[in-house]
Design a protein around this ligand. Structure first.
Ligand code: P6P
Length: 358
């Protein structure tokens, strides 16, 4: 068997892809890998120590914070601070962005947007959870980086990745030259290359959506679900419904097997539930690099112009043929929903409600 290649060795090897790179991005990815191993250790023994259950605090989303959420957030911020390559962290667990102002970060040029522990409501029942991260180069050239450095379109990402803490722990990332997956070998404490050059199948038979919200789905989504459930041997329908309730786990499965994950607008989330900066943009970058498609039903996710830190978007992401079909049905049956959202946000911004409705 060919020798193992660790994440660190792979990053250095791929650094040659970026002649101008002086190793900063490599060190940043290494810092994220280290924090992931520390978080993995706690996630894997969550049931054994008093780290389960609520931390008694809530984040800006008004969501009860699980102790592991808070722990993971602290670990990533600490690793990014001591690594010296990051100047701002935007995290789901903090109301505002976190400027990194440490002696070693004086010349830091990277921005990290992160969901430290996505799907954390599943921790108590041992369902796979994940970390999702997105990396930008700062636009400003002097002084402290600002919100403008964080609010960049997804097309500006220099890297993106996720860690899935599941039956095994994997780190999957892209720097815009394909997608590679690394599995943690606990016996040596290293992420080892296990899934080189990952590609999502162009078509699939798995759809992933919380059908409990069916009544309030846009008509285009309802039409897509009915399309998925019709008997048609030639197109391998009815499809299979798989919904874990953990975005990283659902999308990782679809990356391997093919499939579509949809979180559309619902009554509770008129603008969608998932966050653009640290959930949808990184996942969209990865899936596009693997040959898939990611949109909000109408617009490419990576082209959406961010207006505020925790803004939400609906998301249709996965195998190209499946997403294209869902988009076609959205265009035919729900153009109003999309236009209504755009108009609502426009009106609210004219009234000074920046960033539209949440
Ligand atoms: P619902 C977890 O809270 C999350 O952000 C994603 O990981 C997951 O796919 C989705 O929300 C689940 O949301 O409304 O179906 O419980």
């Amino acid at each position: 068997m060919a020798g193992i290649k660790t994440l660190g060795q792979f990053i250095i090897e791929k650094q040659l892809d970026f002649p101008y790179a002086k190793g900063e991005l490599s060190r940043l990815l290494r810092d994220i890998g280290i924090a992931s191993k520390i978080v993995n250790r706690e996630v894997n023994k969550a049931g054994l120590v008093d780290i389960l259950g609520d931390a008694g605090t809530t984040n800006i989303q008004g969501e009860g914070q699980k102790k592991l959420d808070v722990y993971a957030n602290e670990q990533f911020i600490a690793a990014l601070t001591s690594g010296g390559e990051c100047c701002i962290v935007a995290t789901e667990e903090e109301d505002d962005f976190v400027p990194i102002d440490s002696p070693v970060s004086k010349n830091a040029k990277y921005i990290v947007c992160i969901d430290p522990l996505d799907g954390s409501s599943n921790i108590d029942c041992n369902v796979a959870v994940g970390t999702i991260f997105s990396i930008y180069r700062r636009k400003s050239v002097e002084g402290m980086a600002t919100l403008a450095d964080v609010l960049q379109k997804g097309t500006e990402q220099v890297a993106a990745g996720y860690v899935i803490y599941g039956s095994s722990t994997m780190l999957v990332y892209t720097t815009g030259k394909g997608v590679n997956g690394f599995t943690l070998d606990p016996s040596i404490g290293e992420f080892c290359l296990s899934h080189p050059n990952m590609k999502i199948p162009a078509d699939g038979i798995i759809y992933s959506i919380n059908e409990g919200n069916y009544v309030h789905f846009p008509d285009g989504v309802k039409k897509y679900l009915k399309y998925a459930q019709v008997e048609d041997l030639e197109t391998k329908r009815p499809y299979t419904s798989r919904y874990i309730g953990s975005m990283v786990a659902d999308i990782h499965r679809n990356l391997i097997k093919g499939g579509i994950y949809i979180y559309p607008t619902t009554a509770a989330s008129p603008n969608g539930k998932l966050r653009l900066l640290y959930e949808c943009n990184p996942m969209a970058f990865i899936i596009e690099q693997a040959g898939g498609v990611a949109s909000d039903g109408l617009n490419r996710i990576l082209d959406i112009e961010p207006t505020e830190l925790h803004q939400r978007t609906s998301i249709f992401i996965g195998s190209a043929k499946m997403v294209n079909m869902a988009e076609a049905l959205m265009a035919e049956y729900s153009p109003v929903a999309t236009i209504a959202k755009l108009n609502t946000n426009q009106k609210l911004e004219e009234l000074g409600v920046i960033g539209g409705i949440d």
